[in-house]
Design a protein around this ligand. Structure first.
Ligand code: PLP
Length: 378
């Protein structure tokens, strides 16, 4: 049975993307150098950043690129304000603190967007803040934060903005010509529908050029990584060659699908099917509709004896649908992804699996409750 991953990374990939991994590449050969260069320019073009930014690829998970971006782009003497409304914002603050950067945080509820007016005040009040960190789409809940408004405020105060666009890149249109941003961070295995193993940062060229020696890490130094690409066209350390080839194939597919707008519309339809279906089955959604991004849906745990998440997860898995094995929000909840090389029929299959589970469990237990209720009232 085909298993569909409704997890937002790794996610379901297309057969042709996986097939691109079937040959070996010499990492220092001309064809791989050309492949690397092509991917770098395609990634920049996706967010209209060719004139202003450098796409710096990095081996590893998305978090490696977040850590690399903070370490390379926030000056050692700088002060980073992290806007937090979920686990990824909290993690970025932890990374910055661990690397010895001065960090302040503004935290709001996980069901609320970051506070733009509060940011404006904070930047006016504290002149020592040099950089601001925003998670564009908080995959903790699925909430989409107001990137454009935040970027405008940060630019007006002449500070730098770093954006974790891990789950929005490729899923939500972003135009860096209209969104001042020193570093935009993402990875291969979310909206780009590649396989996991490579991440990247679109770093503003003028700023990156000044950050020689700023990173506290050798392997996560984006300035040095960029110099490597620029001088020999090569990666400094063993590149994930097959993953890079798969990313190139995945970018071909994105182009054929019609680009980010069209892909984003497909994700949005998946998301709307999921939210409507879950609501119909009696679940309550964690986010208000206006805050819901097209990447992942969070539903509240019904908090009733018939619903055990571990059994729910297993039942869906047996019907061929894999969802995340646990919650990330502070509230009791579960999450279902809407991104990847999936079709509406996959979402339908997921909703059928959920409907079957609800009918089997709630139906059976309702009888038990009724009996218990009678026993209690007699
Ligand atoms: C997935 C994700 C990350 C981390 O990516 P990993 O590849 O798991 O390290 C960071 N930020 C956001 C918003 C994400 O969705």
């Amino acid at each position: 049975m085909r298993k569909v991953l409704l997890t937002p990374g790794p996610l379901t990939t297309a057969a042709e993307t996986r097939a691109a991994m079937s040959r070996d590449w010499g990492s220092r050969e001309d064809d791989f150098i050309a492949l690397t260069g092509r991917i770098r320019s395609r990634l920049a073009a996706l967010v209209e950043a060719q004139e202003t930014h450098e796409a710096v690829l990095l081996q590893g998970a998305g978090s490696f690129a977040v850590e690399a971006a903070i370490g390379t782009l926030v000056p050692r003497s700088g002060k980073l304000l992290v806007l937090i409304n979920g686990a990824y914002g909290r993690r970025a603050a932890e990374m910055a603190a661990r690397m010895g950067r001065t960090v302040v945080a503004r935290t709001v509820s996980e069901a609320q967007p970051v506070d733009v007016a509060g940011l404006d005040d904070a930047l006016a009040f504290d002149a020592s803040i040099t950089d601001v960190f925003l998670v564009h789409l908080e995959t903790t809940s699925g909430l989409i934060n107001p990137l454009t408004a935040v970027a405008r405020v940060v630019a007006r105060h002449r500070r730098r903005l770093l954006v974790d666009a891990m789950s929005s890149f490729g899923a939500v249109p972003i135009d860096l010509r209209a969104t001042p941003c020193a570093g935009l961070i993402a990875s291969s295995n979310k909206g780009l529908e590649g396989v996991p193993g490579v991440a990247f940062v679109l770093a503003e060229r003028s700023h990156l050029a000044e950050m020689d020696g700023n990173s506290p890490s050798v392997s996560l130094d984006l300035h040095a990584q960029w110099r490597g690409f620029e001088s020999l066209g090569q990666w400094r350390f063993t590149p994930p060659t097959h993953v890079v080839a798969a990313l190139d194939a995945a970018l071909d597919r994105l182009t054929r699908e019609g680009g980010v707008e069209v892909r984003g519309a497909r994700y949005r339809r998946n998301c709307e099917m999921l939210t409507a279906g879950l609501t119909r089955l009696g679940f309550s959604l964690y986010l208000l509709p206006a805050l819901q991004g097209p990447v992942i849906v969070t539903a509240r745990d019904p908090g009733q004896p018939w619903f055990r998440f571990s059994e729910f997860h297993r039942a869906l898995n047996e019907s061929g649908v894999v969802i995340y094995p646990g919650k990330l929000t502070e509230a009791a909840s579960f999450r279902i992804g809407c991104i990847g090389a999936i079709r509406q029929t996959d979402i339908e299959r997921c909703l059928e699996g959920i409907a079957d589970f609800v009918a089997a469990r709630r139906g059976a237990r309702l009888g038990t409750w009724a009996e218990a209720g009678q026993a209690g009232s007699s």
